[in-house]
Each structure stands twice: as C-alpha cells, then as structure tokens.
Write a protein that binds this ligand. Sequence first.
Ligand code: PBG
Length: 328
Amino acid sequence: MSAQFPVARPRRLRRTPALRRLVAETRLSPADLVLPMFVKEGIAEPNPIGSMPGIVQHTRDSLRKAAHEAVAAGVGGLILFGVPAVKDAVGSAADAPDGVVQTALRDLASDLGDSAVIMTDLCLDEFTDHGHCGIVTEAGEIDNDATLERYARIAVAQAEAGADVVAPSGMMDGQVAAIRRALDGAGYPELPILAYSAKYASAYYGPFREAAECAPQFGDRATHQQDPANAAESLREVRLDLAEGADMVMVKPAGAYLDIIRQVRDSVDVPVAAYQVSGEYAMIEAAAERGWVDRERTIDESLVAIRRAGADIVLTYWATEVAQRLAR
Ligand code: PBG
C-alpha cells in the first residue's frame, strides 16, 4: 500500500485537544443556559427533592442566594416555578399579588436588575388542588377557554411583579394570543412570550411532579400535551404560537426530541429553546451515582447534543454547575 493512501484523513483534525477545540462546530456557553428553580411558600429550610439529587425547593432566601450564584456564573436566565402553601380548584395563588412566584419575582428583580433574564413558567398545575393545568369542568375535563382567562390574569400578575419573560406551558389552544392581548392591555406590550409550543405528554416529567407537587389527582395531560408519536404536529403548534405573537418557541423534553428541535430550528426565524427536563436530569444523576457513566462528560454531551440539534437556548437543572465549569 502506497504511503500516500488514504488521501483523506479526518483524524488529522482530531489529533490534539487544541485542534479539536478549534474545529468544534458547537459550543456551550453560560449565556445560553437557563436555570429552572423551585420556590415553596412557607418553608424554613430548603427542601431536597428525592428524585432530583442536588435540586431543592427553595425558601425565599435560599432562592435569592442560588439565583445570585447562577448569575455570577454567567447563566443567561432563570425560570421560576412556585409551590404555594394553599391550593384550590382555580389556582388562586397563581395570580395573587403576594403569591409565592410574585413575591420571588420582586425579590429577584431587585437583587439582579438586568444581569439575567428572569422568566416565569405560566401554568396552573402547581396551584390547583387537582394538579391539572387548567380549570376542570364537573365532567372532569379541562375547559380550554375558561383556562385562558386564568392564564391572562396570571400573565399580568407576573408582569406586574417584574418578570422579564413569561413562558406559558399549559398547551391550551389560543394561550399565547390570550396572554399577548392581556399583557398589551395592561401596559406590557414589550414583555416577550417564550411559548412552550411543542410540549409532549412525557413520562420524563416524573421527578418534576415531586418538585412542584403537581401530579394530577386524576387523569393525565394527554388531551392537551402532544403525542410523542407526532412530529408534524409540533410544526403546526409552533406556527400557531408565532401567529399568536410568541417571541420565542420551546421544544420539551429535549433529549428524546432532538429531531423536533432540528425541524423547528429549520422552520422558524425566532430563537428556539429546548427544555432538558427533570427525568433527563434524574436518569444521568442516577446512572452516575452508580458509577455507570462519567457524570460530567455525560452532562456535557447531553447539552452539546441539544445545541447541535439547533436549540439556541437550553433550560437545564445543571445550568449553574456547567456555567461554572465552562469558566474554569
Ligand atoms: C407545567 C410544567 C411541567 C414541567 C414544566 N412546566 C410539568 C408538566 O407539564 O407536567 C416539567 C419540567 C420538568 O420535568 O423538568 N407547569
């Protein structure tokens, strides 16, 4: 065999860490990461979440501290989830001016100023006693349009408390339009909406339901969240949300839906976010704890894959840790 063969040697560019770094097509950057955070009303100490090692339900104070730490590491944004002390059928605490999320928003807005984007998950499931994302009829079904009225009020309450972005996650039809109209009417025409547009009815949300104490008391979310079998449907949801005024769109979960992230990225000209959800976090943490995978490498690979698939913004429970590691 001649010494010239083979001519093409892709391995040349993989030879050293410096070469590999130079030719890397995808990079992780703290600014692209958003940290989801849970804050619970009326607790004195942070409450660890069993199925999400390292993640807690924050007290008002521990939230401020953890948010500061995330922002100091360069994380681009935070997204808040609240667990109220009292729940009822219509989720009254979701839009109460002194509700747990609104209180946390005022704290963070004053602590952080413009140093990071403070987002809110806009939904009802954490606030309803039945754990559903909307108003439930006597027949046990979700009343789409009655739910929109609640979402509109929650959006305004979150805006008044200082949210920089609201992120509706309930998958009700027309939710983006209802929220846009409410925000505009209340004097917040410039407040952006990050729409959870392509949100699947996923088993990967399991640990979150412990974290946010919002497991549905009956039924499931399959009548509003998407069937994992479908892809074209996501493009329709995204198109509808953009027509209704969404400024950014989200795909959720991320790791099992990389094809959807790519298709959405190729079909729109707005920022695309992807949510690496609680179950994705729990699986890697659990396997790493047993020594079955290398924890840091698996985390980094999972995040690079989501960015490579086309996500501009990644919501991940590892945001602070990864941002700190990137800075080293
Ligand atoms: C709804 C909401 C959920 C998650 C984010 N927003 C739960 C659900 O739809 O059942 C899941 C996030 C995660 O699993 O990390 N408020």
